[in-house]
Design a protein around this ligand. Sequence first.
Ligand code: FAD
Length: 238
Amino acid sequence: MNSVDAYIDKVKEGDVVEIKSKNGVVRVRAKISKNIREGVVFLPMHWGKQLQNDLNRANNLTFTRLDPQSKEPDFKYTTVSVKKYKKPQEKIVVIGAGAAAFRFIQNYREHNEQDPIHVFSKEPYPFYNRVLLPEYVTEELTWEQLQKIKEQELKKLKINLHIGLSIDKIDPIKQLVLDSEGNEYPFDKLIMATGSRAFVPKDAQLDLPGRFTMRNKTDADRFKEYLNSTNLAPETNT
Ligand SMILES: Cc1cc2nc3c(=O)[nH]c(=O)nc-3n(C[C@H](O)[C@H](O)[C@H](O)COP(=O)(O)OP(=O)(O)OC[C@H]3O[C@@H](n4cnc5c(N)ncnc54)[C@H](O)[C@@H]3O)c2cc1C
């Protein structure tokens, strides 16, 4: 679209715009140029199928009529309105507060500051680097060094963080999650970033002293406590 039209309509390069005609609607990213006349917009044809999205089809806007004799299709131009697209607000629920959840929230907030995001972590500690738990056990790193995000930065992400609460039930029909205290939270989009758990072979006899799985801070603290109780020198422990 022309840069003067874009200025008047408060559309910036790359903004999603909704183009409407008498026949239908498309939603595409705006490209702004001085090489197109004011009052005229141009939309490339034939990408709809390739992009697998009905909202990219320029044909949504044009007429489907044919010349009755030659069957030649109508001209591909029509009168349209162009408006910056504003996504309706959506409730986002994220189950998990690990690496995947963190990256999702960061990326989402780069594009959207408005949608409410509720994050649930069944662990009491959100957003830490569990890959470094062995270094925490051997005290090469402190707990603070494992934390991915400081309180101030967390505030900027504007999330509702529910710590120490697990999501025990999902109702996909009613679009609700139920937490371990019995509270319901509705969602429009649900992100399940629940990670993994330690696999224990059947014959592993985990009940014997000094055998642990290590997936979270609580496991690491138990392991640390055990190592301390052996009173062995640190070099022997590692
Ligand atoms: C010691 C160790 C070393 C590792 N080293 C590597 C490595 O070198 N490279 C690598 O790629 N990976 C490594 N991993 C694997 C690593 O854990 C994963 O790559 C990474 O943590 C996955 O991130 P995630 O967000 O998917 O899951 P996680 O980090 O496991 O996060 C899952 C989150 O979901 C929460 N959760 C789960 N169920 C529920 C529920 N029902 N309700 C609410 N919250 C819930 C958990 O509390 C947690 O906050 C290592 C793991 C460990 C433990």
